[in-house]
Ligand binder design. Sequence first.
Ligand code: FBP
Length: 546
Amino acid sequence: MSEFLIARREYKPRGPATLMDLYGSGVSEVAGVESLELRIADLFPKTAHQGLLRVEVGGTNDLAKADPLRVGAVFSGGQAPGGHNVVGGLFEGIRKLHPDSTLTGFTGGPSGILKNQSLPVTQELMDGYRNTGGFDLFGTGRTKLESKEDFATCARIFDHHDLDAFVVIGGDDSNTNAAFLAEYLLEHGSKTRIVGVPKTIDSDLRGPFTETSFGFDTAVRVYAELIANIAKDALSGRKYYHFIRLMGRSASHITLEAAMQTRPNVALISEEMARDGKTMRGIVDLLAKVVVERAAAGKNYGVVLVPEGLIEFIPEMSSLIADLNEIIAAHKDYIESLRGFTAQIEYLAGRLPRESAATLAGLPIDIQRQLIMDRDPHGNVALSRIETEKLLLELLSSQLGELKSEGHYHGKFSFQTHFLGYEGRCAAPTNFDANYAWSLGLTAAALASSGHTGYLAAVHGLTLPPDQWQAWGVPLVSMLTMERRKGQDKAVIRKTLVDLAGPAFRWFAESRDAWSIGDDYRFAGPIQYFGPAGLVDRIPVSLTVQ
Ligand code: FBP
C-alpha cells in the first residue's frame, strides 16, 4: 500500500446523524404514491403503489433485527469514485443491525449474478478498500438483466444464497433494471428485496431527493485540475488552442461543473445547443467567432471544452444516430455478417432516410466508423469513442481558412486535442464523495433491513454539513418514463439533463462572456485529502450557486 492509501484509510466518513446510529432508527412512509403514467403503472402491479420513505430516528419500521441479515451487492456500469465506500457503509450498516449479518459481492457486474460468481465481504477485506477509488473490490460490467430468463436466474441465485436483500450500485439503466427485478421477485414470491444506489460520474441520475450521484465530484475535480494545467500551458506557450472533450455521456453536467471551476474560453453545453437548434455549422460559427476575436486581440491560443454527448444534441446528428440505432437494432446479425466497414456503411446508407444518408456521407470516415460501432447492451451509442472535438476542429479549420481568404481573419490556428474521462473515474474519492457514498451505503442498509423493495437509496441536503443530510427511499417506479430504445418504447429512468433555467447554468451563462476574450482561467488545483476544511470539504460548485 502506498503512503497515501495508508493515510487515507484512516479517514472516517461522515454522514447524517440518523444513519450513524442505525440501531435506533426506523423507516417510515412519509408521502403517498405519485400518479404514474398508465403504461408504467400497468407494468408494475406489485410496486406501483409504493410511497416515499424516510430513514429517521424512531421511524415506524424499527430497524433493529433479531436475526442476521443476508445481503448481496453488485457494481453495475461505469466506475465512479466512492463505490467501495457504498459497500463499506452497507457492510457497517447491516452489521450494526446484527453483528452476524453477511454481505456477498457478485463479481464482474450483473453477469456475476447469472454466473453465480461471488465473494464474501469481511471486515479485513473492507478495511483495505475504505476511501479508495475504483470498483476493483468486485469488478463491474454492463450486462443488462432484462429478460424473464435473466430474472428467473437471479431469483434462483438469490434463493441459493438465501438473500434477504440485494443492492444494485448503478446508473439510470441499471436502476431501471432494478425496478423490473424488484417487481419480478415480488410476483414470484421471492423474499429478496431490491435496493438501488445512484452511481455515475455523469450526474444524470437526479431527482427531487438526489441532487447528484456519487463519483461526480471527484471525477470533475480531476478533470478541473488537468484543464487548469492545460490552460496554464496555453497561456505560457501562446500557440495552441486546446480542445478538451469531457466524459459524461448525454448530459453536460460534467462540462458545466468543470467550466465553473476553471473558466475556459468556451464551454459548449449540449442542452443549450439543442435548445437553440444549433446545427454543426452553427456551432462551428460560434467557435470561429471567438477564435477571430481573440486573434484580433493578439491571442492565438485558448481552451475549449466539448461535452462527449454533444453530437447527440445536434439536430442532424441526433436524427442520424436515431436512424442508425433503429436499423442496427433490426438488422444487427446481418450487418455483423458483412465483411468490412465499407460494406457495412454502404448497407446502412442505403437504408437511411435521405437527410441522414447525406449527413453520414458528409462526415469524415473516422467519425462514420465511430458512429456505427457496437451499441452497449442498453442500446446506447459508444459516445466516449466518438471524437467530436476532431470533427469540430476539421470543420473549424476549414472555416477559418475561408475567413482568412476573405480577409476577415488574420490569426494562426494550431491545436491540440484531449479526451478526459477514464482519468477521473477511479480516483480516490474526495471527502464529499467518501461521505456521500458511505451514507448511501448506510441508507441502503436501512432500506434493505426494513423489508422494502424497489427503492433507490437517496441522501439529500448535500450543501449542508454531512451530519444534517437526510436519508430517503425513493420508489424506483416513480422515476420511470417511456422512451424509445433499440427501436421500441421502453419504461426507463430518464437521464437528467442540464436545467437551462437552473441556477448553475444561469451563473455560467452570465459569466462566460468575460472568459471568452479575457484569460480568466481559474487554477483549480488538485483534490486535497488532508488539510484545512476549506480545502478538503469542498462540494460541487454547481450545487452551491443559488
Ligand atoms: P455509467 O452511466 O454506467 O456510470 O457510465 C458512465 C461513463 O463513464 C460515461 O460517462 C461514458 O460515456 C461511459 O461510462 C464509458 O463507458 P465504458 O466504460 O464502457 O467505456
